[in-house]
Design a protein around this ligand. Structure first.
Ligand SMILES: Nc1ncnc2c1ncn2[C@@H]1O[C@H](COP(=O)(O)OP(=O)(O)OP(=O)(O)O)[C@@H](O)[C@H]1O
Length: 273
């Protein structure tokens, strides 16, 4: 797999005296589903905003498809890496859903027909087909979150960064949002999700990046990351309850990450110590 985003020794600070990113290096490959986890203030959002050039490193470099973000325009970067804000209301400012979703494509100077098609496709993809004339502000949080995703999707980005996409959603809203993200991934988008929800990490992510005090302290698949209790503890995150239960129950072999895996393991008998 080729690398879409490449960070090389990235340093960044809002205040010169206090770096928030301390020499982060990593590569995100085309088609990956990556979760970024870590305690509050560990630098997850700051790291993610470097991936689409909203922030440029004070030292080091960020490359998107091999081009340094310092040499790319915002429009060029938005076409490749889209960033979906944690609070959809920070992103939504039009009076109809269609106007909202067409904002990005219009800014790109696309012809009207192409914009209409992109808006319709994006609304269909998030399950809001035919809702273009509805008003975003009177919609539920889950729907506003979907509108925010549709707005970036309409620009057909290669990479989608979602900053805590399930925060504030009820269980059904969370499932709908994550199934939507899973479909986007299956459709070929590279996905980067910032989250505090370890169940989400366990169920959906293929790779996990753990941030602690501005440094990348662990990078691996969910199974290997959750098997590193010291790193998790220092980064103020905890493995999902199912995993911890399997550990406490003395299960053998790879511990289950999801309820489904736990059920299979129990049904498999002889897997207990
Ligand atoms: N615009 C800003 N100006 C000044 N400091 C900021 C700004 N944004 C973030 N910070 C600080 O940078 C550090 C990292 O913040 P960041 O939002 O990247 O962390 P995070 O891991 O995403 O946190 P959370 O999980 O709470 O969203 C924190 O100490 C935060 O207070």
């Amino acid at each position: 797999m080729s690398s879409v985003i490449e960070l090389d020794d990235v340093w960044y600070g809002y205040d010169r005296e206090k770096p928030v990113l301390n020499g982060v290096s990593l590569q995100i490959r085309q088609g990956e589903f990556v979760a970024v986890i870590g305690g509050n203030g560990s630098g997850k959002t700051t790291l993610a905003k470097h991936c689409n050039g909203l922030y440029k490193p004070s030292k080091g470099s960020v490359k998107v498809n091999g081009c340094d973000t310092k040499t790319m325009s915002t429009a060029e970067l938005a076409r490749t890496v889209a960033y979906c804000y944690q609070n959809p209301d920070h992103q939504i400012f039009h009076s109809t859903i269609a106007a909202e979703v067409s904002f990005g494509p219009k800014n790109m100077g696309w012809p009207a027909e192409k914009i209409e098609q992109a808006v319709n496709e994006a609304l269909e993809a998030v399950g809001l087909g035919g809702m273009g004339e509805a008003e975003p502000y009177f919609s539920s949080k889950g729907t506003r979150q979907k509108i925010a995703v549709a707005s970036i999707l309409a620009m057909k980005p290669q990479v989608i960064v979602l900053d805590e996409p399930t925060t504030g959603l009820d269980y059904r809203g969370m499932l709908e949002m994550m199934e939507l993200v899973r479909r986007l991934h299956a459709a070929g988008h590279t996905i980067i999700v910032i989250t505090h929800d370890m169940r989400l990490v366990a169920e959906y992510a293929e790779r996990v990046l753990v941030m602690h005090r501005g440094s990348l302290v662990c990078d691996g698949d969910p199974q290997s990351v959750f098997a590193a209790p010291d790193i998790l503890a220092s980064a103020q995150v905890e493995a999902p309850a199912v995993y911890r239960f399997g550990e406490a129950a003395g299960m053998k072999g790879p511990l289950p990450l999801t309820l489904q895996q736990m059920t299979q393991k129990i049904a498999g008998g002889g897997q207990w110590r």
